[in-house]
Ligand binder design. Structure first.
Ligand SMILES: N[C@@H](CCC(=O)N[C@@H](CS)C(=O)NCC(=O)O)C(=O)O
Length: 238
C-alpha cells in the first residue's frame, strides 16, 4: 500500500496483528495520520477512530474539547471537523475520510459494486444524521420538539426502514461485501446515538420498534472483538 505522492514524507510502520482478525503482520509504508475531532466517543469522527484502532494503524487522536472549539475553528479548512491530516495535508468531509481510512484498514470493499453499496449506506446515514445534528442548535424548546417529532415521523422512519431493507437484501448481517465495512461502523454509531436516550423528543425505542434488525446489527457490531476491545481500552483510559 505504497502511496505515490512525490515530495511527501512517509512513515514506515509495522502493522500489529489485531487479536480479532485475520490480518497478517506486514511491513507497510504508510502516511502519517492525525485525526482532529471533538473529544467524545461518537459523531462524524468516530468511524475513523474505530477503523484505525481495529486495524492497529498508528495515528494521532487529536481531541478538541467543545469549550475550546472557537479557538480551533479557523485552522480547519472548512471551519468544521473531522479533519484527517495525511502527511501534513488536511482532508475534510467525513465520508471521504471514511473511504480513505477504510481502504487503509481493510474495511472498504475492493469490488466496485460492493464499494458503491457501502457508499450508499454511509451517505444515507450522513444525510439523516445531519438533520438530527442540526436540531441540536435549536435553542427554543418548542421548536426543537417540533423539529425532532417531525424528523421522527418522517425522515428517521424512512431511513431506518430503508436501511433495514438493505440489510435484509444483503444477507442480513452486514451492509456490503458480506463482512464488516465502514458502512457498518457508520450505521452502528447512528443507531447507538438514537438508542442512547440523549436526544429529547426522539423516542429511544424508535429503532427497536421500526427496524429491529438494525438493533441485532448494532449488537453484532458492538460485540465485534475489534470494537469491544477498543471501547474497553477507552473505559480503562478515562
Ligand atoms: N460535511 C462535513 C460536515 C462537518 C461538520 O459539520 N462537523 C461538525 C461536527 S460533527 C462541526 O464541525 N461543527 C462545528 C461547527 O460547525 O462550528 C463532513 O461530512 O465532515
Amino acid at each position: 500500500m505504497t502511496r505515490s505522492r512525490p515530495g511527501i514524507a512517509r512513515v514506515r510502520y509495522h502493522r500489529r496483528t489485531p487479536t480479532w482478525g485475520t490480518y497478517r503482520d506486514e511491513a507497510r509504508t504508510m502516511a502519517e495520520l492525525k485525526l482532529t475531532y471533538f473529544d467524545f466517543d461518537g459523531g462524524r469522527g468516530e468511524p475513523v477512530r474505530l477503523a484505525l484502532n481495529m486495524a492497529g494503524i498508528p495515528f494521532e487522536d487529536e481531541r478538541i474539547p467543545g469549550a475550546q472549539w472557537a479557538q480551533h475553528k479557523d485552522r480547519m479548512p472548512l471551519r468544521a471537523m473531522p479533519v484527517l491530516t495525511v502527511d501534513g495535508h488536511a482532508l475534510t468531509q467525513c465520508n471521504t475520510i471514511n473511504r480513505y481510512v477504510g481502504k487503509l484498514a481493510g474495511l472498504y470493499p475492493e469490488d466496485p459494486w460492493q464499494a458503491v453499496l457501502c457508499d450508499e449506506v454511509m451517505d444515507a446515514v450522513e444525510d439523516v444524521s445531519s438533520r438530527v445534528f442540526s436540531t441540536m442548535a435549536i435553542a427554543d424548546e418548542d421548536q426543537k420538539r417540533a423539529a425532532r417529532e417531525a424528523l421522527t415521523d418522517d425522515a428517521l422512519k424512512v431511513h431506518l426502514v430503508r436501511l433495514a431493507a438493505y440489510l435484509a437484501e444483503r444477507g442480513g448481517e452486514y451492509f456490503a461485501d458480506g463482512r464488516l465495512t465502514m458502512a457498518d461502523l457508520k450505521v452502528f454509531l447512528f443507531v447507538r446515538h438514537l438508542r442512547s436516550g440523549i436526544l429529547d423528543y426522539i423516542p429511544a425505542d424508535l429503532v427497536d420498534r421500526v427496524a429491529p434488525s438494525l438493533v441485532a446489527h448494532f449488537e453484532r457490531v458492538r460485540d465485534h472483538a475489534g470494537i469491544s476491545t477498543y471501547y474497553e481500552s477507552r473505559r480503562r483510559a478515562t
